[in-house]
Design a protein around this ligand. Structure first.
Ligand code: NAP
Length: 243
């Protein structure tokens, strides 16, 4: 379905990003795996992708919070793959603290990676998408962007910013046949949430009574890659938590 499409996935060394990279590769896509610190894990993602698909996959180190690094990595990817069809902005961090104890570094670091990273990567890809008259941008937000969460003012602000960015980008680029959507996951089992999996209070609040799997986000990302008439939407994948 995505045969030979060139897909960039940020934060694809682990967790949700890795699951998205592997799912897109299983549909025949070529994958640019972006990582920051986990070179070995990024190499494992590349290996899994190439095992699943005859197509190419390659890892690139890039701190998405750094505009120049994003600009250079996009140039390198275009040199290697000749085009870009899909950008999945997935890389993200948390630095959870109550507002009373949060300092400005805790706030700015999370905004720079989570929201700045989406701008830096999208800005550097959109000229290519515009020239091609096609492209898909998928941004990973969170349900806390919609409902807030105590201890996450920095994180929820970054994820709410992604939703505004997604809707505005969708409006700006629709005339060039470019779709931009966001996915808002609930609680998904990854390194980011490893302390939550056994939290029975949390499980009680989720109508489906379990934490989600990274593959359940990946299948929605693949669905959006395969659809040409959805843009500017935020799709919740949360086991019913926000009903
Ligand atoms: P994770 O397991 O902690 O993985 C985070 C990924 O982001 C890693 O691949 C990491 O790369 C990469 N990353 C972090 N900082 C980066 C930077 N400055 N530049 C480039 N890459 C960077 O997290 P996850 O749970 O899979 O989360 C993925 C996305 O889903 C995040 O945006 C997160 O906010 C969002 N989300 C997660 C949940 C959840 O319950 N897990 C819920 C809602 C939303 P390295 O390891 O190479 O540094």
């Amino acid at each position: 379905m995505l045969k030979d499409k060139v897909c960039i996935v940020t934060g694809a060394s682990r967790g949700i990003g890795k699951a998205i990279a592997v799912e897109l590769a299983s549909q025949g896509a070529q994958i640019a795996v972006i990582y920051n610190g986990s070179a070995d894990k990024a190499a494992e993602t590349v290996e899994e992708c190439t095992k699943l698909s005859a197509s190419k996959a390659k890892a690139y180190k890039c701190n998405v919070a750094d505009f120049n690094e994003c600009s250079e990595v996009i140039k390198e990817i275009v040199k290697d793959f000749e085009r870009i069809d899909v950008l999945v902005n997935n890389a993200g961090i948390t630095k959870d603290k109550l507002l009373l104890t949060m300092n400005s570094d805790d706030f700015n670091d999370v905004i720079s990676v989570n929201l700045g990273g989406v701008f830096n990567m999208t800005k550097n890809c959109c000229r290519i998408f515009t020239k091609q008259r096609s492209g898909k941008i998928i941004n990973i937000s969170s349900i806390v962007a919609l409902d807030g969460n105590a201890g996450q003012t920095n994180y929820s602000a970054s994820k709410a910013g992604i939703i505004g960015f997604t809707k505005s980008t969708a409006k700006e680029l629709a005339s060039r046949n470019i779709c931009c959507n966001a996915i808002a996951p609930g609680f998904i089992e990854t390194d980011m949430t490893k302390d939550l999996a056994q939290n029975s209070d949390l499980l009680d609040r989720i109508p489906l009574k379990r934490i989600g799997k990274a593959e359940e986000i990946a299948s929605v990302a693949a669905f959006l890659c395969n659809n040409d008439y959805i843009t500017g939407q935020v799709i919740r994948v949360d086991g019913g938590l926000t009903i």
